[in-house]
Design a protein around this ligand. Structure first.
Ligand SMILES: [Zn+2]
Length: 395
């Protein structure tokens, strides 16, 4: 397919090109040039459209889509603690068919809002992973599923550095055969030796870290080490949250991992502050964005970008280039996941969103990066493409 006369945000720096042509073959961007000659490929005139990379939601828990806005007035632990939280109870007690029904709604909603890849921390062990695969079976979104075993240690077990019992270790292999990696609930539920055992797994390794003030303090009280320091025992590919990280934590993480996934609206809805992305950028961290639990937040990356951009500038009284926010849901996330996604460039998978330049909210489009970050919404989308196939809308 050749997309003719299209505007694009090109390459790692999301460079705005007013008018060009894009050749897509084998699910991939093959050539981007104003000089592509018409050949046997189908040609689509894309006048009036702006092609941006498909959005990547780097952290979700879609399993709790059934629990929207339940227990809003409770503290974070009562809501989402992996052992005794209300969410855990709901996931265990609900009929799997019902869970699937609401998970599918969330995924369809994400697709309509321009999300072409999402990364989910899936609870419930192997069964949880298989349930999610069933939910996704006929929806053409890219998913990266990070499973977990339902084994959590107490303070006492952490202090005594108890390893993962053999029966649970056996579950890890079966789990990893069926998903993309492991998503650990946090270092406060794992001893050093348990984290080290997980560090030997061969797929993606990720962990929640420094999400709340309480979890940060708990780590220091139990182990005399900060949560990010202990999380490093996992040798994680990336960390999720880091809302309560210190400068030295960020320095360590920027050197030893591929990046941090921040979830600003989810943190804010738990009344836990928001991550300091200004400081993270100053410390050279690679930052991506997730919308986290559907229970407490909507899976909408447009809203997430708008919120993060303005709340950060409002709090820190420092300007942030809107382009840097847009990179967090595109190129940065591709780098963090180490996949050829999130970028419109030769050799990358052809995942992209066609934005209507004459949309009611965008016209006249004078600063594409800013307008996408804080004005675009699902109505601005003409179509969504994954691997060169149009999966939503029409062009
Ligand atoms: Zn999470």
């Amino acid at each position: 397919m050749i997309l003719k006369n299209i505007s694009i945000l090109y390459g790692n720096n999301l460079k705005f090109i007013e008018k060009t042509n894009v050749l897509i073959t084998d699910n991939t961007f093959q050539k981007i040039s104003s000089k592509i000659k018409p050949t046997k490929h189908k040609v689509v005139n894309c006048d009036g459209l702006l092609l941006i990379p498909g959005l990547i939601n780097s952290h979700t828990h879609i399993g709790d889509s059934i629990a929207k806005d339940i227990a809003l007035d409770k503290d974070p632990d009562s809501k989402i603690n992996p052992i005794f939280g209300i969410k855990q109870k709901i996931l265990k007690e609900t009929n799997p068919k019902k869970l699937i029904h609401y998970m599918r709604k969330t995924v369809k909603s994400m697709l309509k809002k321009g999300t072409t890849t999402f990364v989910d921390f899936r609870e419930g062990g192997l069964d949880g992973v298989l349930l999610m695969q069933k939910a996704l079976s006929d929806i053409p979104i890219r998913s990266i599923i990070l499973g977990r075993i339902e084994y959590y240690q107490s303070k006492d077990q952490i202090k005594r550095n108890i390893p993962i019992p053999q029966s649970y270790q056996n579950q890890i292999d079966a789990l990893l055969k069926n998903c993309d990696g492991i998503g650990i609930s946090g270092s406060n539920e794992n001893s050093d030796s348990s984290l080290k055992q997980f560090s030997k797994t061969k797929k993606i390794r990720a962990i929640h870290c420094a999400e709340t003030k309480q979890s940060y303090l708990k780590s220091k009280q139990t182990t005399r080490k900060t949560e990010p320091m202990r999380s490093m025992l996992l040798k994680p590919d990336f960390l999720v949250h880091m809302t309560y990280a210190s400068k030295s934590d960020l320095n360590m993480v920027s050197k030893k991992t591929r990046g941090i996934i921040v979830c600003p609206r989810a943190n804010a809805s738990l009344a836990e502050g928001i991550p300091n992305v200004v400081q993270m950028m100053e410390m050279n961290c690679n930052i991506a964005i997730g919308t986290d639990n559907v229970m407490i937040n909507s899976p909408d990356l447009f809203r997430e970008m708008d919120f993060l951009w303005k709340a950060s500038m409002g709090i820190h009284q420092k300007r942030i280039e809107p382009k840097n926010i847009l990179k967090m849901v595109t190129v940065n996330a591709g780098k963090l996941l180490d996949k050829k996604i999130g970028c419109i460039k030769e050799g990358y998978l052809a995942d992209a969103v066609f934005i209507k330049k004459n949309d009611l909210d965008l016209d006249p489009l004078q600063n594409p990066h800013a307008s996408i970050v804080h004005r675009a919404n699902e109505n601005s989308i003409q179509a969504v493409m994954i691997g060169g196939d149009i999966v939503h809308g029409k062009i």
